[in-house]
Design a protein. Structure first.
Length: 368
Protein backbone atom coordinates (compact mmCIF):
# COMPACT_ATOMS: atom_id res chain seq x y z
CA UNK A 1 0.00 0.00 0.00
CA UNK A 2 1.38 3.37 -0.99
CA UNK A 3 -0.16 5.54 1.72
CA UNK A 4 2.15 6.79 4.46
CA UNK A 5 -0.24 6.88 7.38
CA UNK A 6 -1.80 3.66 8.58
CA UNK A 7 -5.22 3.15 7.00
CA UNK A 8 -8.19 3.39 9.33
CA UNK A 9 -9.87 0.31 7.98
CA UNK A 10 -8.77 -3.01 6.52
CA UNK A 11 -10.72 -5.32 4.23
CA UNK A 12 -11.90 -8.42 6.07
CA UNK A 13 -14.83 -10.14 4.37
CA UNK A 14 -15.74 -10.28 0.70
CA UNK A 15 -19.28 -9.63 -0.53
CA UNK A 16 -19.70 -13.38 -1.05
CA UNK A 17 -18.72 -14.17 2.53
CA UNK A 18 -21.10 -11.54 3.87
CA UNK A 19 -23.87 -12.97 1.73
CA UNK A 20 -23.23 -16.44 3.17
CA UNK A 21 -23.36 -14.96 6.66
CA UNK A 22 -26.76 -13.37 5.95
CA UNK A 23 -28.06 -16.74 4.75
CA UNK A 24 -26.76 -18.21 8.00
CA UNK A 25 -28.47 -15.54 10.12
CA UNK A 26 -31.80 -16.05 8.36
CA UNK A 27 -31.74 -19.86 8.39
CA UNK A 28 -30.34 -20.21 11.90
CA UNK A 29 -32.83 -17.81 13.51
CA UNK A 30 -35.72 -19.16 11.48
CA UNK A 31 -34.84 -22.77 12.31
CA UNK A 32 -34.51 -21.94 16.00
CA UNK A 33 -37.79 -20.03 16.01
CA UNK A 34 -39.74 -22.80 14.28
CA UNK A 35 -37.78 -25.68 15.86
CA UNK A 36 -37.47 -24.95 19.58
CA UNK A 37 -41.24 -24.69 20.10
CA UNK A 38 -41.46 -28.19 18.56
CA UNK A 39 -38.84 -29.48 21.01
CA UNK A 40 -40.73 -27.97 23.94
CA UNK A 41 -44.20 -28.57 22.51
CA UNK A 42 -45.60 -29.71 25.85
CA UNK A 43 -45.02 -26.29 27.40
CA UNK A 44 -47.41 -23.37 27.35
CA UNK A 45 -45.06 -20.79 25.84
CA UNK A 46 -44.24 -23.15 22.98
CA UNK A 47 -47.90 -23.73 22.19
CA UNK A 48 -48.50 -19.98 22.17
CA UNK A 49 -45.60 -19.46 19.76
CA UNK A 50 -46.76 -22.29 17.51
CA UNK A 51 -50.27 -20.82 17.38
CA UNK A 52 -48.87 -17.35 16.68
CA UNK A 53 -46.88 -18.71 13.74
CA UNK A 54 -49.90 -20.35 12.18
CA UNK A 55 -49.96 -23.78 13.77
CA UNK A 56 -47.77 -26.86 13.79
CA UNK A 57 -48.36 -27.85 10.17
CA UNK A 58 -47.17 -24.53 8.80
CA UNK A 59 -44.11 -24.18 11.05
CA UNK A 60 -43.04 -27.67 10.04
CA UNK A 61 -43.12 -26.64 6.40
CA UNK A 62 -41.18 -23.42 7.12
CA UNK A 63 -38.67 -25.41 9.18
CA UNK A 64 -38.07 -27.75 6.27
CA UNK A 65 -37.73 -24.96 3.71
CA UNK A 66 -35.12 -23.23 5.89
CA UNK A 67 -33.30 -26.52 6.48
CA UNK A 68 -33.14 -27.06 2.72
CA UNK A 69 -31.77 -23.55 2.22
CA UNK A 70 -29.12 -24.17 4.89
CA UNK A 71 -28.09 -27.46 3.28
CA UNK A 72 -27.83 -25.71 -0.11
CA UNK A 73 -25.61 -23.08 1.54
CA UNK A 74 -23.38 -25.88 2.92
CA UNK A 75 -22.93 -27.27 -0.59
CA UNK A 76 -22.03 -23.82 -1.89
CA UNK A 77 -19.63 -23.25 1.00
CA UNK A 78 -17.94 -26.58 0.31
CA UNK A 79 -17.42 -25.48 -3.30
CA UNK A 80 -15.89 -22.15 -2.27
CA UNK A 81 -13.50 -23.85 0.16
CA UNK A 82 -12.46 -26.43 -2.42
CA UNK A 83 -11.72 -23.65 -4.90
CA UNK A 84 -9.60 -21.72 -2.42
CA UNK A 85 -7.66 -24.74 -1.24
CA UNK A 86 -7.10 -26.34 -4.62
CA UNK A 87 -7.08 -23.59 -7.25
CA UNK A 88 -5.68 -20.72 -5.18
CA UNK A 89 -3.48 -23.02 -3.10
CA UNK A 90 -4.49 -21.33 0.17
CA UNK A 91 -3.82 -22.93 3.53
CA UNK A 92 -6.73 -24.30 5.57
CA UNK A 93 -6.56 -21.47 8.09
CA UNK A 94 -9.79 -22.36 9.92
CA UNK A 95 -8.40 -25.62 11.29
CA UNK A 96 -7.20 -25.08 14.86
CA UNK A 97 -3.76 -26.27 15.93
CA UNK A 98 -1.43 -26.28 18.90
CA UNK A 99 -0.76 -22.61 18.38
CA UNK A 100 -4.45 -21.81 18.98
CA UNK A 101 -4.44 -23.72 22.25
CA UNK A 102 -1.42 -21.69 23.33
CA UNK A 103 -3.15 -18.45 22.25
CA UNK A 104 -6.22 -19.39 24.26
CA UNK A 105 -4.19 -20.06 27.41
CA UNK A 106 -2.25 -16.84 26.89
CA UNK A 107 -5.48 -14.90 26.37
CA UNK A 108 -7.01 -16.29 29.57
CA UNK A 109 -3.77 -15.43 31.38
CA UNK A 110 -3.94 -11.90 30.03
CA UNK A 111 -7.55 -11.48 31.15
CA UNK A 112 -6.64 -12.74 34.61
CA UNK A 113 -3.78 -10.27 34.79
CA UNK A 114 -1.09 -12.98 34.77
CA UNK A 115 0.26 -12.33 31.27
CA UNK A 116 1.42 -8.77 30.63
CA UNK A 117 0.69 -8.70 26.92
CA UNK A 118 -2.38 -9.52 24.90
CA UNK A 119 -1.55 -12.42 22.54
CA UNK A 120 -0.73 -11.45 18.96
CA UNK A 121 -3.54 -13.17 17.15
CA UNK A 122 -3.64 -14.28 13.51
CA UNK A 123 -6.20 -13.49 10.81
CA UNK A 124 -8.60 -16.01 12.31
CA UNK A 125 -7.99 -16.34 16.02
CA UNK A 126 -8.68 -19.33 18.27
CA UNK A 127 -12.16 -18.16 19.25
CA UNK A 128 -13.23 -17.65 15.65
CA UNK A 129 -11.88 -21.01 14.57
CA UNK A 130 -13.69 -22.71 17.41
CA UNK A 131 -16.93 -21.00 16.49
CA UNK A 132 -16.55 -21.92 12.84
CA UNK A 133 -15.97 -25.58 13.66
CA UNK A 134 -18.91 -25.54 16.07
CA UNK A 135 -21.09 -24.43 13.16
CA UNK A 136 -19.68 -27.23 10.99
CA UNK A 137 -20.16 -30.08 13.46
CA UNK A 138 -23.45 -28.66 14.75
CA UNK A 139 -24.84 -28.51 11.22
CA UNK A 140 -23.61 -32.04 10.53
CA UNK A 141 -25.43 -33.38 13.60
CA UNK A 142 -28.57 -31.45 12.68
CA UNK A 143 -28.53 -32.71 9.08
CA UNK A 144 -28.07 -36.37 10.08
CA UNK A 145 -30.63 -36.38 12.89
CA UNK A 146 -32.93 -34.15 10.83
CA UNK A 147 -32.87 -36.71 8.03
CA UNK A 148 -33.96 -39.43 10.47
CA UNK A 149 -36.85 -37.32 11.75
CA UNK A 150 -37.86 -36.28 8.26
CA UNK A 151 -37.75 -39.88 6.96
CA UNK A 152 -38.62 -42.05 9.96
CA UNK A 153 -39.93 -45.04 8.02
CA UNK A 154 -36.89 -45.20 5.73
CA UNK A 155 -34.64 -44.88 8.80
CA UNK A 156 -36.18 -47.75 10.73
CA UNK A 157 -35.96 -50.11 7.79
CA UNK A 158 -32.16 -49.95 8.25
CA UNK A 159 -31.76 -49.03 11.92
CA UNK A 160 -33.54 -50.09 15.12
CA UNK A 161 -36.62 -48.08 16.08
CA UNK A 162 -34.90 -46.57 19.12
CA UNK A 163 -32.84 -44.28 16.87
CA UNK A 164 -35.91 -42.09 16.19
CA UNK A 165 -36.43 -40.90 19.79
CA UNK A 166 -32.62 -40.70 20.11
CA UNK A 167 -32.42 -38.54 16.98
CA UNK A 168 -35.19 -36.37 18.38
CA UNK A 169 -33.32 -35.85 21.64
CA UNK A 170 -30.05 -35.10 19.84
CA UNK A 171 -31.74 -32.73 17.37
CA UNK A 172 -33.46 -30.74 20.13
CA UNK A 173 -30.44 -30.84 22.45
CA UNK A 174 -27.97 -29.68 19.83
CA UNK A 175 -30.41 -26.92 18.80
CA UNK A 176 -30.62 -25.62 22.35
CA UNK A 177 -26.84 -25.80 22.72
CA UNK A 178 -26.33 -23.93 19.46
CA UNK A 179 -28.79 -21.16 20.36
CA UNK A 180 -27.32 -20.72 23.84
CA UNK A 181 -23.76 -20.66 22.55
CA UNK A 182 -24.66 -18.12 19.88
CA UNK A 183 -26.21 -15.91 22.55
CA UNK A 184 -23.42 -16.39 25.10
CA UNK A 185 -20.34 -16.54 22.89
CA UNK A 186 -21.00 -15.05 19.47
CA UNK A 187 -23.24 -12.21 20.64
CA UNK A 188 -20.78 -11.32 23.35
CA UNK A 189 -17.72 -11.36 21.11
CA UNK A 190 -19.08 -9.42 18.18
CA UNK A 191 -21.83 -7.27 19.68
CA UNK A 192 -21.42 -6.73 23.39
CA UNK A 193 -17.66 -6.47 23.80
CA UNK A 194 -17.61 -4.10 20.87
CA UNK A 195 -20.01 -3.88 17.99
CA UNK A 196 -17.93 -5.45 15.26
CA UNK A 197 -19.52 -4.44 11.95
CA UNK A 198 -17.04 -6.15 9.67
CA UNK A 199 -19.43 -8.94 8.70
CA UNK A 200 -21.78 -6.31 7.27
CA UNK A 201 -19.42 -3.63 5.97
CA UNK A 202 -16.65 -6.02 4.95
CA UNK A 203 -14.11 -3.79 6.70
CA UNK A 204 -12.48 -3.89 10.10
CA UNK A 205 -11.08 -0.93 12.04
CA UNK A 206 -7.44 -0.45 12.98
CA UNK A 207 -8.32 -0.64 16.65
CA UNK A 208 -10.05 -4.00 16.20
CA UNK A 209 -7.12 -5.28 14.18
CA UNK A 210 -4.71 -4.37 17.00
CA UNK A 211 -6.71 -6.25 19.57
CA UNK A 212 -7.99 -9.24 17.66
CA UNK A 213 -5.61 -9.80 14.75
CA UNK A 214 -2.33 -8.10 15.72
CA UNK A 215 -0.26 -10.66 13.90
CA UNK A 216 -2.14 -10.15 10.64
CA UNK A 217 -1.88 -6.38 11.07
CA UNK A 218 1.89 -6.56 11.45
CA UNK A 219 2.13 -8.69 8.34
CA UNK A 220 -0.02 -6.21 6.41
CA UNK A 221 2.15 -3.35 7.62
CA UNK A 222 5.23 -5.19 6.38
CA UNK A 223 3.43 -5.33 3.05
CA UNK A 224 2.83 -9.08 3.14
CA UNK A 225 -0.32 -10.33 1.50
CA UNK A 226 -1.45 -13.78 0.47
CA UNK A 227 -0.21 -14.09 -3.10
CA UNK A 228 -2.18 -16.01 -5.66
CA UNK A 229 -0.25 -18.38 -7.87
CA UNK A 230 0.64 -17.22 -11.42
CA UNK A 231 -2.26 -16.93 -13.85
CA UNK A 232 -1.26 -19.96 -15.94
CA UNK A 233 -1.17 -22.21 -12.88
CA UNK A 234 -4.59 -20.97 -11.83
CA UNK A 235 -5.90 -21.60 -15.34
CA UNK A 236 -4.45 -25.12 -15.33
CA UNK A 237 -5.96 -25.94 -11.93
CA UNK A 238 -9.28 -24.46 -12.96
CA UNK A 239 -9.42 -26.79 -15.93
CA UNK A 240 -9.21 -29.69 -13.49
CA UNK A 241 -11.39 -28.07 -10.84
CA UNK A 242 -14.48 -27.21 -12.87
CA UNK A 243 -15.37 -30.68 -14.16
CA UNK A 244 -14.87 -32.05 -10.65
CA UNK A 245 -16.91 -29.23 -9.09
CA UNK A 246 -19.71 -29.68 -11.61
CA UNK A 247 -19.99 -33.40 -10.95
CA UNK A 248 -19.83 -32.90 -7.17
CA UNK A 249 -22.49 -30.19 -7.33
CA UNK A 250 -24.82 -32.38 -9.37
CA UNK A 251 -24.30 -35.30 -6.97
CA UNK A 252 -24.82 -33.16 -3.87
CA UNK A 253 -27.86 -31.34 -5.24
CA UNK A 254 -29.35 -34.69 -6.27
CA UNK A 255 -28.65 -35.89 -2.72
CA UNK A 256 -30.42 -32.83 -1.35
CA UNK A 257 -33.47 -33.43 -3.56
CA UNK A 258 -33.46 -37.07 -2.49
CA UNK A 259 -33.27 -35.94 1.16
CA UNK A 260 -36.31 -33.68 0.92
CA UNK A 261 -38.52 -35.82 -1.30
CA UNK A 262 -37.70 -39.26 0.06
CA UNK A 263 -40.74 -39.67 2.25
CA UNK A 264 -43.56 -37.42 3.30
CA UNK A 265 -44.60 -39.28 6.41
CA UNK A 266 -43.43 -36.76 8.96
CA UNK A 267 -45.05 -33.75 7.28
CA UNK A 268 -48.62 -34.22 8.45
CA UNK A 269 -49.99 -34.94 11.87
CA UNK A 270 -51.89 -38.19 11.53
CA UNK A 271 -54.58 -38.66 14.17
CA UNK A 272 -54.39 -41.94 16.08
CA UNK A 273 -57.09 -44.23 14.81
CA UNK A 274 -56.76 -47.15 17.17
CA UNK A 275 -60.48 -47.68 17.50
CA UNK A 276 -61.21 -47.74 13.78
CA UNK A 277 -61.86 -51.19 12.41
CA UNK A 278 -59.26 -52.61 10.12
CA UNK A 279 -61.47 -52.77 7.07
CA UNK A 280 -58.67 -53.43 4.62
CA UNK A 281 -58.21 -57.04 5.62
CA UNK A 282 -60.66 -59.69 4.51
CA UNK A 283 -60.34 -62.15 7.36
CA UNK A 284 -62.86 -64.57 5.88
CA UNK A 285 -60.04 -65.64 3.58
CA UNK A 286 -58.22 -67.26 6.52
CA UNK A 287 -59.25 -70.00 8.88
CA UNK A 288 -57.44 -69.59 12.15
CA UNK A 289 -55.48 -72.55 13.48
CA UNK A 290 -54.81 -72.55 17.23
CA UNK A 291 -51.92 -75.01 16.99
CA UNK A 292 -50.12 -72.97 14.38
CA UNK A 293 -50.78 -69.90 16.52
CA UNK A 294 -49.27 -71.54 19.61
CA UNK A 295 -46.15 -72.54 17.70
CA UNK A 296 -45.86 -69.11 16.15
CA UNK A 297 -46.08 -67.39 19.56
CA UNK A 298 -42.83 -69.04 20.61
CA UNK A 299 -41.02 -67.53 17.62
CA UNK A 300 -42.34 -63.97 18.00
CA UNK A 301 -41.18 -61.04 20.07
CA UNK A 302 -44.67 -60.71 21.61
CA UNK A 303 -43.87 -63.09 24.43
CA UNK A 304 -41.10 -60.87 25.78
CA UNK A 305 -43.78 -58.42 26.90
CA UNK A 306 -46.97 -60.46 27.04
CA UNK A 307 -45.44 -63.45 28.76
CA UNK A 308 -44.31 -66.95 27.80
CA UNK A 309 -47.92 -68.19 27.56
CA UNK A 310 -49.58 -64.83 26.92
CA UNK A 311 -50.46 -64.67 30.62
CA UNK A 312 -48.73 -61.32 30.97
CA UNK A 313 -46.02 -62.33 33.42
CA UNK A 314 -43.28 -60.18 31.95
CA UNK A 315 -41.33 -58.19 34.51
CA UNK A 316 -42.22 -54.67 33.51
CA UNK A 317 -45.59 -55.16 31.82
CA UNK A 318 -48.63 -57.15 32.61
CA UNK A 319 -50.91 -57.17 29.60
CA UNK A 320 -52.72 -60.49 29.48
CA UNK A 321 -53.68 -61.69 26.01
CA UNK A 322 -54.71 -65.24 26.82
CA UNK A 323 -58.48 -65.51 26.47
CA UNK A 324 -58.68 -62.01 25.06
CA UNK A 325 -62.19 -60.68 24.59
CA UNK A 326 -61.41 -58.05 22.00
CA UNK A 327 -62.58 -58.65 18.44
CA UNK A 328 -60.28 -59.91 15.71
CA UNK A 329 -60.40 -56.48 14.06
CA UNK A 330 -59.35 -54.72 17.23
CA UNK A 331 -56.64 -57.32 17.79
CA UNK A 332 -55.08 -56.85 14.35
CA UNK A 333 -55.49 -53.13 14.64
CA UNK A 334 -53.61 -53.04 17.95
CA UNK A 335 -50.73 -55.05 16.49
CA UNK A 336 -50.49 -52.87 13.39
CA UNK A 337 -50.69 -49.58 15.25
CA UNK A 338 -48.83 -50.41 18.46
CA UNK A 339 -50.72 -49.00 21.47
CA UNK A 340 -48.75 -47.15 24.20
CA UNK A 341 -45.44 -48.93 24.96
CA UNK A 342 -45.91 -51.54 22.27
CA UNK A 343 -44.36 -50.75 18.90
CA UNK A 344 -46.32 -51.52 15.74
CA UNK A 345 -45.64 -54.72 13.76
CA UNK A 346 -45.70 -54.70 9.97
CA UNK A 347 -47.01 -57.32 7.56
CA UNK A 348 -43.42 -58.47 7.02
CA UNK A 349 -42.91 -59.08 10.73
CA UNK A 350 -46.18 -60.90 11.26
CA UNK A 351 -48.72 -61.39 8.48
CA UNK A 352 -52.50 -61.00 8.72
CA UNK A 353 -52.86 -64.73 8.29
CA UNK A 354 -50.47 -65.40 11.19
CA UNK A 355 -52.37 -62.91 13.33
CA UNK A 356 -55.59 -64.84 12.74
CA UNK A 357 -53.78 -68.01 13.92
CA UNK A 358 -52.47 -66.19 16.99
CA UNK A 359 -55.91 -64.80 17.76
CA UNK A 360 -57.52 -68.21 17.43
CA UNK A 361 -54.95 -69.70 19.81
CA UNK A 362 -55.30 -66.83 22.33
CA UNK A 363 -59.09 -67.18 22.32
CA UNK A 364 -58.78 -70.95 22.86
CA UNK A 365 -56.80 -70.34 26.06
CA UNK A 366 -59.93 -69.12 27.84
CA UNK A 367 -59.90 -66.50 30.57
CA UNK A 368 -57.17 -66.52 33.18
C1 LIG B 1 -42.47 -54.01 23.90
C2 LIG B 1 -43.45 -54.84 24.56
C3 LIG B 1 -44.54 -55.44 23.70
C4 LIG B 1 -44.38 -56.28 22.63
C5 LIG B 1 -43.08 -56.78 22.01
C6 LIG B 1 -45.71 -56.60 22.17
N1 LIG B 1 -46.63 -55.95 22.94
FE1 LIG B 1 -48.62 -56.04 22.72
N2 LIG B 1 -48.85 -54.65 24.16
C7 LIG B 1 -47.85 -54.16 24.96
C8 LIG B 1 -48.42 -53.24 25.92
C9 LIG B 1 -47.65 -52.45 26.97
C10 LIG B 1 -49.81 -53.20 25.66
C11 LIG B 1 -50.85 -52.38 26.38
C12 LIG B 1 -50.98 -51.02 25.71
C13 LIG B 1 -52.00 -50.15 26.36
O1 LIG B 1 -51.81 -49.82 27.54
O2 LIG B 1 -52.96 -49.82 25.68
C14 LIG B 1 -50.03 -54.09 24.55
C15 LIG B 1 -51.29 -54.32 24.00
C16 LIG B 1 -51.53 -55.29 23.06
C17 LIG B 1 -52.84 -55.58 22.53
C18 LIG B 1 -54.12 -54.89 22.91
C19 LIG B 1 -54.70 -55.60 24.09
C20 LIG B 1 -56.04 -55.05 24.50
O3 LIG B 1 -56.70 -55.77 25.26
O4 LIG B 1 -56.37 -53.95 24.07
C21 LIG B 1 -52.69 -56.62 21.66
C22 LIG B 1 -53.79 -57.28 20.86
C23 LIG B 1 -51.28 -56.94 21.62
N3 LIG B 1 -50.62 -56.13 22.49
C24 LIG B 1 -50.77 -57.95 20.85
C25 LIG B 1 -49.40 -58.13 20.66
C26 LIG B 1 -48.83 -59.06 19.72
C27 LIG B 1 -49.63 -60.02 18.86
C28 LIG B 1 -47.50 -58.90 19.77
C29 LIG B 1 -46.44 -59.58 18.93
C30 LIG B 1 -46.65 -59.51 17.50
C31 LIG B 1 -47.23 -57.89 20.78
N4 LIG B 1 -48.41 -57.44 21.29
C32 LIG B 1 -45.97 -57.45 21.13
C33 LIG B 1 -46.53 -54.46 24.88
C34 LIG B 1 -45.94 -55.24 23.89
Amino acid sequence: MATQTAPKEYPRFTAGQRFEHIILIVTFSGLALTGLPQTFANQGWAQTLIDLMGGIESIRIVHRILATLLMAECIYHGGIISYKLYVLGRRAIMIPGLRDARDAVHWIGFNLGIAKQHPHLPRFNFGEKFEYLAVVWGTLIMVITGFMLWNPIATVTYLPGEVIPAARAAHGGEALLAVLSIIAWHMYNVHVKRFNRSMFTGKITHEEMVEEHAEELEALERGEKPVDPPAEIIAKRQRRFWPYATVMTIVLVAGLIWFVTFERTAIATIPRQLSQPNTLVDFSAFTGDAERGAALWQTLECKSCHGENAQGQSESMNVVLAGTEISLNTFVDAVRRGPADMHPFSQEQVSDEQLVDLYTWLRSLGGS
